[in-house]
Ligand binder design. Structure first.
Ligand SMILES: *Cc1c(COP(=O)(O)O)cnc(C)c1O
Length: 345
């Protein structure tokens, strides 16, 4: 598939590593039925640019290129108080000489703190121009439009990036990732049986799925919900994958059954820590020296571990975990991930 007709900025040096996790796989085998489990591999998208980068870096390569093409001087986006997406968007804005404004949704009431560490600290350090906090359930599109209108009244030009950078254009970042993976599978001689990826605002899961189907990569993808169970999450991912395929002009109908997600692991609530997340973060850190985050990748890996425990991956299969980043929010939850707080299962 030819992505070269879409304007793109480059924020990473080259492909992110695709690696085996032998010690982690060995530890997981002990948890699997009959003590035999799959071989786990990892795609290090936590090593993308705009460091400490993550999946938003890939989406922003296309979104910011479009903002620049449209003559915008300010990026306007939204997210939760510890949003990786907001922090990486701000880093891209700074690098491009643009201003940046956020609308922050206080999804967990009382969770916004002006002196918070992690991503919020980095918002302040990198100089976000303005930050509006709105209550859970607010219309984020309308709130961002209001910011863009205020800018327009001052003769400026805002460019609105939806939450998580998940529209058709942002999804192209994960079509590019699908193509990068295809090349790495070939060059490294690796046959992967299944991909496990986080599923939130859906640009990552949906973009990757469109990229796999469009490139005839016949590897099933399982999304682990970070904020919704399958009945709510799968239609969102399906719409995103179809929008990406349409933007690419693929003439492809995304089969509904190609969209598979798993729920539960995000409970009790988006961004609220649970004991399974802590187990996952500690296990990967202590077997491979790789850091996951408490809000996203810790719960996504908890989902993978849960599927291994249930015997859902046959022994000897190779499963690829996409590490989507999130490092800074680890610092906002240090006590929890060290096991020093009482947490729900
Ligand atoms: C945003 C995010 C996700 C979820 O990706 P979506 O494209 O929003 O579904 C997963 N992991 C991390 C670290 C994120 O910041």
């Amino acid at each position: 598939m030819d992505l070269s007709r879409f304007p793109r900025r480059r924020y990473s040096l080259g492909p992110t590593p695709l690696e085996a996790l032998p010690r982690f796989s060995q530890a997981l085998a002990a948890l699997a039925p009959q003590g035999r489990g799959p071989e786990i591999w990892i795609k290090r998208d936590d090593m993308l640019g705009l460091f400490p980068g993550g999946n938003k870096t890939r989406k922003l390569e296309f979104l910011v290129a479009d903002a620049l093409a449209q003559g915008a001087d300010t990026l306007v986006t939204c997210g939760a108080p510890q949003s990786n997406h907001c922090r990486i968007t701000l880093a891209a804005a700074v690098k491009e000489g643009l201003k940046c404004r956020f609308v922050i949704e206080e999804r967990v009431p009382g969770s916004f703190r002006e002196d918070a560490s992690g991503n919020h600290f980095m918002f302040r350090l990198m100089g976000v121009e303005a930050l509006t906090v709105v209550p859970a359930g607010s219309n984020m599109g309308a709130a961002m439009q209001q910011v863009a209108d205020e800018l327009a009244a001052q003769g400026r030009k805002g460019y609105i990036i939806p939450g998580g950078g998940s529209n058709a254009l942002g999804g192209l970042g994960y079509v590019a990732c699908a193509q990068e993976l295809q090349q790495q599978f070939f060059e490294q001689g690796v046959r992967i049986d299944q991909v496990v990826v986080g599923s939130g605002s859906s640009g990552t899961h949906g973009g990757l799925l469109a990229g796999f189907l469009g490139n005839r990569i016949h590897i099933p993808i399982t999304g682990i919900g970070v904020s919704r169970d399958p009945a709510d999450q799968e239609p969102l991912v399906h719409r995103e994958a179809q929008a990406v395929a349409d933007l690419l002009g693929l003439n492809l109908t995304i089969p509904r059954e190609a969209v598979v997600s798993v729920g539960g692991y995000w409970q009790p609530k988006y961004s609220i820590p649970n004991a399974r997340m802590v187990e996952a973060v500690q296990l990967l850190a202590r077997t491979e020296g790789i850091l996951l985050d408490p809000v996203y990748t810790g719960k996504i890996m908890a989902g993978l571990i849960g599927l291994v425990r249930q015997g859902r991956f046959p022994p000897g299969e190779r499963e690829l975990f996409i590490h989507t980043g999130g490092l800074p929010s680890l610092h906002a939850y240090e006590r929890e991930v060290l096991g020093q707080a009482d947490l729900p299962a």
